[in-house]
Design a protein around this ligand. Structure first.
Ligand SMILES: Cc1ncc(COP(=O)(O)O)c(C=O)c1O
Length: 365
Protein backbone atom coordinates (compact mmCIF):
# COMPACT_ATOMS: atom_id res chain seq x y z
CA UNK A 1 0.00 0.00 0.00
CA UNK A 2 1.12 3.55 -0.72
CA UNK A 3 1.14 5.88 2.28
CA UNK A 4 -1.17 8.27 0.42
CA UNK A 5 -3.86 5.54 0.41
CA UNK A 6 -3.80 5.04 4.18
CA UNK A 7 -6.94 6.50 5.73
CA UNK A 8 -6.88 8.97 8.61
CA UNK A 9 -9.12 11.25 10.63
CA UNK A 10 -8.65 14.98 11.13
CA UNK A 11 -7.89 15.46 14.83
CA UNK A 12 -6.30 18.86 14.21
CA UNK A 13 -6.45 21.85 11.89
CA UNK A 14 -4.14 21.30 8.95
CA UNK A 15 -2.30 22.65 7.14
CA UNK A 16 -0.29 24.64 9.68
CA UNK A 17 1.31 27.93 8.60
CA UNK A 18 4.78 28.12 7.10
CA UNK A 19 6.09 31.54 8.10
CA UNK A 20 9.15 33.68 7.49
CA UNK A 21 10.86 34.98 10.65
CA UNK A 22 12.06 38.43 9.54
CA UNK A 23 13.26 39.75 12.89
CA UNK A 24 15.22 36.62 13.83
CA UNK A 25 16.68 36.50 10.32
CA UNK A 26 17.83 40.11 10.66
CA UNK A 27 19.20 39.56 14.15
CA UNK A 28 21.30 36.52 13.19
CA UNK A 29 22.31 37.91 9.79
CA UNK A 30 22.74 34.56 8.02
CA UNK A 31 20.30 32.86 5.56
CA UNK A 32 16.54 33.36 5.68
CA UNK A 33 14.89 31.64 8.65
CA UNK A 34 11.44 30.05 8.50
CA UNK A 35 9.14 28.34 10.97
CA UNK A 36 6.55 25.60 10.51
CA UNK A 37 3.82 26.21 13.07
CA UNK A 38 2.83 22.77 14.33
CA UNK A 39 2.20 24.50 17.64
CA UNK A 40 -0.98 25.64 15.87
CA UNK A 41 -2.52 22.27 15.04
CA UNK A 42 -5.66 23.40 16.83
CA UNK A 43 -6.68 20.50 19.04
CA UNK A 44 -6.39 21.18 22.80
CA UNK A 45 -3.67 23.88 22.47
CA UNK A 46 -1.95 22.07 19.60
CA UNK A 47 1.32 20.26 19.05
CA UNK A 48 3.00 17.58 16.99
CA UNK A 49 0.99 14.64 18.30
CA UNK A 50 -2.15 15.51 16.33
CA UNK A 51 -0.59 14.46 13.02
CA UNK A 52 0.29 11.09 14.58
CA UNK A 53 -3.11 10.75 16.20
CA UNK A 54 -4.86 11.24 12.84
CA UNK A 55 -3.66 7.75 11.92
CA UNK A 56 -3.81 6.16 15.37
CA UNK A 57 -7.42 7.22 16.02
CA UNK A 58 -8.47 6.04 12.55
CA UNK A 59 -6.98 2.64 13.39
CA UNK A 60 -8.76 2.55 16.77
CA UNK A 61 -12.13 3.37 15.22
CA UNK A 62 -11.69 0.85 12.40
CA UNK A 63 -10.82 -1.92 14.86
CA UNK A 64 -13.63 -1.41 17.36
CA UNK A 65 -11.65 0.13 20.21
CA UNK A 66 -13.61 2.18 22.75
CA UNK A 67 -10.73 3.70 24.74
CA UNK A 68 -7.15 4.95 24.24
CA UNK A 69 -4.49 4.43 26.89
CA UNK A 70 -1.06 5.97 26.63
CA UNK A 71 2.03 6.65 28.74
CA UNK A 72 4.09 9.73 29.49
CA UNK A 73 5.76 11.93 32.05
CA UNK A 74 3.51 13.69 34.55
CA UNK A 75 3.36 16.74 32.23
CA UNK A 76 3.10 14.77 28.97
CA UNK A 77 1.95 16.74 25.91
CA UNK A 78 1.44 13.49 24.08
CA UNK A 79 -0.93 12.36 26.85
CA UNK A 80 -2.92 15.61 26.73
CA UNK A 81 -3.36 15.36 22.97
CA UNK A 82 -4.11 11.64 22.93
CA UNK A 83 -6.79 12.22 25.56
CA UNK A 84 -8.18 15.17 23.61
CA UNK A 85 -8.32 13.21 20.35
CA UNK A 86 -9.96 10.30 22.17
CA UNK A 87 -12.67 12.58 23.56
CA UNK A 88 -13.31 14.20 20.18
CA UNK A 89 -13.87 10.78 18.62
CA UNK A 90 -16.00 9.30 21.42
CA UNK A 91 -13.25 7.14 22.95
CA UNK A 92 -12.41 7.01 26.66
CA UNK A 93 -9.09 8.69 27.59
CA UNK A 94 -6.69 6.93 30.00
CA UNK A 95 -3.18 8.10 30.93
CA UNK A 96 -0.51 6.12 32.77
CA UNK A 97 1.98 8.67 34.11
CA UNK A 98 5.57 8.14 35.20
CA UNK A 99 5.73 9.86 38.58
CA UNK A 100 3.91 10.65 41.78
CA UNK A 101 0.69 12.65 41.76
CA UNK A 102 1.74 16.32 41.96
CA UNK A 103 0.56 18.30 44.97
CA UNK A 104 -0.95 20.94 42.69
CA UNK A 105 -2.46 20.94 39.19
CA UNK A 106 -0.57 22.97 36.59
CA UNK A 107 0.22 22.95 32.86
CA UNK A 108 -1.00 19.81 31.10
CA UNK A 109 -2.26 18.26 34.34
CA UNK A 110 -4.87 21.01 34.70
CA UNK A 111 -5.99 20.43 31.10
CA UNK A 112 -6.14 16.65 31.69
CA UNK A 113 -8.34 17.19 34.75
CA UNK A 114 -10.63 19.60 32.93
CA UNK A 115 -11.08 16.97 30.20
CA UNK A 116 -11.93 14.36 32.84
CA UNK A 117 -9.12 12.02 31.81
CA UNK A 118 -8.69 8.80 33.80
CA UNK A 119 -5.26 9.49 35.35
CA UNK A 120 -2.99 6.80 36.84
CA UNK A 121 0.16 8.10 38.53
CA UNK A 122 2.93 5.53 38.97
CA UNK A 123 5.50 6.10 41.69
CA UNK A 124 8.59 4.42 40.21
CA UNK A 125 11.07 5.64 42.82
CA UNK A 126 11.65 2.10 44.19
CA UNK A 127 13.55 1.30 40.97
CA UNK A 128 16.11 4.00 41.78
CA UNK A 129 17.58 1.65 44.40
CA UNK A 130 18.43 -0.93 41.70
CA UNK A 131 21.72 -0.93 39.76
CA UNK A 132 21.52 1.74 37.01
CA UNK A 133 21.54 -0.90 34.26
CA UNK A 134 18.32 -2.49 35.61
CA UNK A 135 16.29 0.61 36.39
CA UNK A 136 14.71 1.29 33.01
CA UNK A 137 13.58 -2.31 32.49
CA UNK A 138 12.10 -2.44 36.00
CA UNK A 139 10.19 0.82 35.47
CA UNK A 140 8.94 -0.27 32.03
CA UNK A 141 7.77 -3.56 33.48
CA UNK A 142 5.80 -1.85 36.25
CA UNK A 143 4.19 0.55 33.76
CA UNK A 144 3.23 -2.28 31.42
CA UNK A 145 1.79 -4.37 34.26
CA UNK A 146 -0.19 -1.37 35.49
CA UNK A 147 -1.50 -0.74 31.97
CA UNK A 148 -2.48 -4.41 31.61
CA UNK A 149 -4.42 -4.26 34.89
CA UNK A 150 -6.26 -1.13 33.76
CA UNK A 151 -7.07 -2.70 30.39
CA UNK A 152 -8.45 -5.78 32.19
CA UNK A 153 -10.63 -3.57 34.44
CA UNK A 154 -12.02 -1.72 31.42
CA UNK A 155 -12.61 -5.02 29.62
CA UNK A 156 -14.83 -6.17 32.49
CA UNK A 157 -17.03 -3.15 31.73
CA UNK A 158 -17.13 -4.06 28.03
CA UNK A 159 -14.44 -1.65 26.80
CA UNK A 160 -11.71 -2.45 24.32
CA UNK A 161 -8.61 -0.37 25.10
CA UNK A 162 -5.95 0.45 22.51
CA UNK A 163 -2.53 0.90 24.12
CA UNK A 164 -0.68 3.70 22.33
CA UNK A 165 3.09 3.49 22.93
CA UNK A 166 4.94 6.49 24.42
CA UNK A 167 4.93 9.50 22.12
CA UNK A 168 2.77 7.71 19.55
CA UNK A 169 6.05 6.90 17.83
CA UNK A 170 4.89 3.86 15.93
CA UNK A 171 4.91 3.29 12.17
CA UNK A 172 1.29 4.42 12.10
CA UNK A 173 1.98 7.58 14.13
CA UNK A 174 5.05 8.49 12.08
CA UNK A 175 2.92 8.40 8.90
CA UNK A 176 1.54 11.79 9.93
CA UNK A 177 5.02 13.27 9.63
CA UNK A 178 5.82 11.58 6.35
CA UNK A 179 2.73 13.27 4.94
CA UNK A 180 3.72 16.57 6.60
CA UNK A 181 6.69 16.74 4.21
CA UNK A 182 4.31 16.70 1.26
CA UNK A 183 2.41 19.56 2.92
CA UNK A 184 5.45 21.73 3.60
CA UNK A 185 6.90 21.16 0.12
CA UNK A 186 3.60 22.31 -1.38
CA UNK A 187 3.70 25.43 0.81
CA UNK A 188 7.31 26.14 -0.15
CA UNK A 189 6.36 25.95 -3.81
CA UNK A 190 3.36 28.26 -3.33
CA UNK A 191 5.41 30.79 -1.35
CA UNK A 192 8.47 30.39 -3.61
CA UNK A 193 10.60 29.50 -0.61
CA UNK A 194 13.68 27.30 -0.70
CA UNK A 195 15.11 25.71 2.39
CA UNK A 196 18.30 23.69 2.77
CA UNK A 197 17.96 22.53 6.38
CA UNK A 198 14.95 21.48 8.44
CA UNK A 199 15.56 21.33 12.19
CA UNK A 200 13.20 19.41 14.50
CA UNK A 201 13.14 17.85 17.96
CA UNK A 202 14.20 14.26 18.56
CA UNK A 203 12.31 12.69 21.49
CA UNK A 204 10.63 9.32 21.10
CA UNK A 205 11.59 9.94 17.42
CA UNK A 206 8.28 9.49 15.59
CA UNK A 207 8.31 13.10 14.41
CA UNK A 208 11.93 13.07 13.27
CA UNK A 209 11.62 9.60 11.69
CA UNK A 210 8.49 10.56 9.78
CA UNK A 211 10.05 13.78 8.49
CA UNK A 212 13.28 12.00 7.58
CA UNK A 213 11.41 9.28 5.67
CA UNK A 214 9.13 11.86 4.05
CA UNK A 215 12.08 13.96 2.93
CA UNK A 216 13.63 10.92 1.26
CA UNK A 217 10.37 9.66 -0.22
CA UNK A 218 9.25 13.02 -1.63
CA UNK A 219 12.78 13.99 -2.76
CA UNK A 220 12.82 17.08 -0.57
CA UNK A 221 15.54 19.65 -1.23
CA UNK A 222 16.33 19.92 2.49
CA UNK A 223 18.23 17.83 5.01
CA UNK A 224 16.36 16.89 8.21
CA UNK A 225 18.44 17.54 11.35
CA UNK A 226 17.32 16.23 14.75
CA UNK A 227 18.01 17.95 18.06
CA UNK A 228 17.72 15.55 21.02
CA UNK A 229 15.60 17.11 23.72
CA UNK A 230 17.50 15.44 26.55
CA UNK A 231 21.15 14.55 27.15
CA UNK A 232 20.38 10.81 27.51
CA UNK A 233 18.53 10.61 24.23
CA UNK A 234 16.58 7.82 22.54
CA UNK A 235 18.77 5.15 20.89
CA UNK A 236 19.56 5.94 17.27
CA UNK A 237 19.12 2.27 16.28
CA UNK A 238 15.42 2.44 17.21
CA UNK A 239 14.95 5.50 15.04
CA UNK A 240 16.71 3.73 12.14
CA UNK A 241 14.46 0.69 12.64
CA UNK A 242 11.34 2.87 12.60
CA UNK A 243 12.38 4.61 9.36
CA UNK A 244 13.16 1.28 7.68
CA UNK A 245 9.81 -0.14 8.82
CA UNK A 246 8.05 2.88 7.29
CA UNK A 247 9.94 2.42 4.05
CA UNK A 248 9.19 -1.31 3.88
CA UNK A 249 5.53 -1.06 4.84
CA UNK A 250 4.75 1.65 2.29
CA UNK A 251 7.18 0.61 -0.46
CA UNK A 252 9.20 3.81 -0.27
CA UNK A 253 12.18 2.07 -1.78
CA UNK A 254 15.06 3.08 0.48
CA UNK A 255 17.03 1.72 3.43
CA UNK A 256 18.64 3.90 6.07
CA UNK A 257 21.62 3.24 8.35
CA UNK A 258 22.73 5.14 11.46
CA UNK A 259 25.38 7.07 9.53
CA UNK A 260 22.66 8.65 7.35
CA UNK A 261 21.05 10.28 10.39
CA UNK A 262 22.15 13.79 11.31
CA UNK A 263 21.67 14.67 14.97
CA UNK A 264 23.16 17.77 16.60
CA UNK A 265 23.50 17.58 20.38
CA UNK A 266 25.60 20.67 21.10
CA UNK A 267 28.95 20.70 22.81
CA UNK A 268 29.87 19.58 26.30
CA UNK A 269 28.61 22.10 28.81
CA UNK A 270 26.28 23.54 26.15
CA UNK A 271 24.08 20.53 25.48
CA UNK A 272 21.00 21.61 23.52
CA UNK A 273 18.99 19.04 25.49
CA UNK A 274 19.67 20.94 28.70
CA UNK A 275 20.44 19.24 31.99
CA UNK A 276 17.78 16.53 31.90
CA UNK A 277 14.27 15.68 30.76
CA UNK A 278 11.89 18.48 31.68
CA UNK A 279 14.39 20.11 34.06
CA UNK A 280 14.19 23.91 34.08
CA UNK A 281 17.46 25.38 32.82
CA UNK A 282 18.50 29.01 32.31
CA UNK A 283 20.03 28.51 28.85
CA UNK A 284 16.80 27.14 27.37
CA UNK A 285 14.90 29.95 29.07
CA UNK A 286 17.11 32.56 27.38
CA UNK A 287 16.29 31.12 23.94
CA UNK A 288 12.58 31.01 24.76
CA UNK A 289 12.80 34.71 25.67
CA UNK A 290 14.80 35.52 22.54
CA UNK A 291 12.18 34.14 20.11
CA UNK A 292 9.33 35.66 22.12
CA UNK A 293 11.05 39.05 22.01
CA UNK A 294 11.90 38.96 18.29
CA UNK A 295 8.97 37.15 16.66
CA UNK A 296 6.33 37.00 19.46
CA UNK A 297 6.37 33.22 19.05
CA UNK A 298 6.51 31.08 22.16
CA UNK A 299 8.41 27.84 22.67
CA UNK A 300 8.26 25.50 25.64
CA UNK A 301 10.90 24.64 28.25
CA UNK A 302 10.80 20.84 27.82
CA UNK A 303 11.08 20.44 24.04
CA UNK A 304 10.90 23.30 21.57
CA UNK A 305 12.96 25.79 23.60
CA UNK A 306 15.81 23.28 23.48
CA UNK A 307 15.41 22.68 19.75
CA UNK A 308 15.36 26.44 19.24
CA UNK A 309 18.65 26.66 21.17
CA UNK A 310 20.14 24.13 18.74
CA UNK A 311 18.64 25.85 15.70
CA UNK A 312 19.97 29.30 16.62
CA UNK A 313 23.37 27.97 17.66
CA UNK A 314 23.77 26.09 14.37
CA UNK A 315 22.79 29.21 12.44
CA UNK A 316 25.20 31.40 14.42
CA UNK A 317 28.06 28.94 13.90
CA UNK A 318 27.33 28.88 10.16
CA UNK A 319 26.68 25.11 10.24
CA UNK A 320 23.27 25.77 8.71
CA UNK A 321 21.83 28.77 6.91
CA UNK A 322 25.24 30.07 5.86
CA UNK A 323 24.81 28.51 2.43
CA UNK A 324 21.00 28.43 2.29
CA UNK A 325 17.84 28.97 4.30
CA UNK A 326 16.76 27.03 7.36
CA UNK A 327 13.42 25.94 8.80
CA UNK A 328 12.63 25.48 12.48
CA UNK A 329 9.80 22.96 12.90
CA UNK A 330 7.80 24.03 15.96
CA UNK A 331 6.18 21.03 17.65
CA UNK A 332 4.12 22.78 20.35
CA UNK A 333 4.21 21.81 24.02
CA UNK A 334 3.19 25.27 25.23
CA UNK A 335 1.26 24.22 28.36
CA UNK A 336 4.73 23.33 29.67
CA UNK A 337 5.35 27.04 30.20
CA UNK A 338 2.77 26.98 32.97
CA UNK A 339 3.91 23.93 34.88
CA UNK A 340 4.68 24.62 38.49
CA UNK A 341 8.43 23.90 38.32
CA UNK A 342 9.04 25.93 35.14
CA UNK A 343 6.94 28.82 36.36
CA UNK A 344 8.86 28.90 39.66
CA UNK A 345 12.17 28.78 37.83
CA UNK A 346 11.21 31.57 35.40
CA UNK A 347 9.98 33.67 38.29
CA UNK A 348 13.45 33.39 39.77
CA UNK A 349 15.04 34.26 36.41
CA UNK A 350 12.80 37.11 35.25
CA UNK A 351 10.82 38.38 38.18
CA UNK A 352 13.25 38.98 41.01
CA UNK A 353 14.02 42.58 41.95
CA UNK A 354 17.35 42.76 40.12
CA UNK A 355 16.04 41.08 36.93
CA UNK A 356 13.05 43.22 36.12
CA UNK A 357 14.66 44.77 33.01
CA UNK A 358 11.43 46.27 31.67
CA UNK A 359 9.12 46.12 34.64
CA UNK A 360 8.28 49.42 36.30
CA UNK A 361 6.16 50.40 39.25
CA UNK A 362 4.36 53.71 39.59
CA UNK A 363 2.68 54.79 42.77
CA UNK A 364 -0.20 57.24 42.69
CA UNK A 365 0.12 59.89 45.40
C1 LIG B 1 6.21 19.57 22.23
C2 LIG B 1 6.93 18.35 21.79
N1 LIG B 1 7.90 18.48 20.87
C3 LIG B 1 8.62 17.42 20.45
C4 LIG B 1 8.36 16.16 20.93
C5 LIG B 1 9.19 15.01 20.44
O1 LIG B 1 8.51 14.32 19.45
P1 LIG B 1 8.83 12.78 19.23
O2 LIG B 1 8.50 12.10 20.51
O3 LIG B 1 7.98 12.38 18.10
O4 LIG B 1 10.28 12.67 18.93
C6 LIG B 1 7.35 15.96 21.89
C7 LIG B 1 7.08 14.63 22.45
O5 LIG B 1 6.32 14.44 23.35
C8 LIG B 1 6.61 17.09 22.33
O6 LIG B 1 5.65 16.99 23.25
Amino acid sequence: MKIEDLEYVHTGLLETPLEFMPALTKKLGKGKLYIKRDDLTGLAFGGNKTRKLDYIVRYALDHGYTALLTFGGVQTNHGRLTAAAAIRYGLKPILVLKGKKPGKMSGNVLLDRLMGVDLHYCDLSAADKLPASQQKAAKDQFLQETADRIVAEYAKKGDKVLIVPTGGSTVLGACGYVRAVDEVMRQMKEQQVTVKYLVVGYGSTGTFSGLWAGAKYYHAPFEVIGIPIRPDYHPLEECVTLINQLSRQFQMGFTVTAKDIHLETGEDGQCYGGTGYNEPDPVTQRYIKLLAGTEAIFTDPCYTGKVLHGFIDLVEKGKIAGDGNALFWHTGGLPGLWTEEHLDSMNRAYWTDNQKDSVHEWVMK
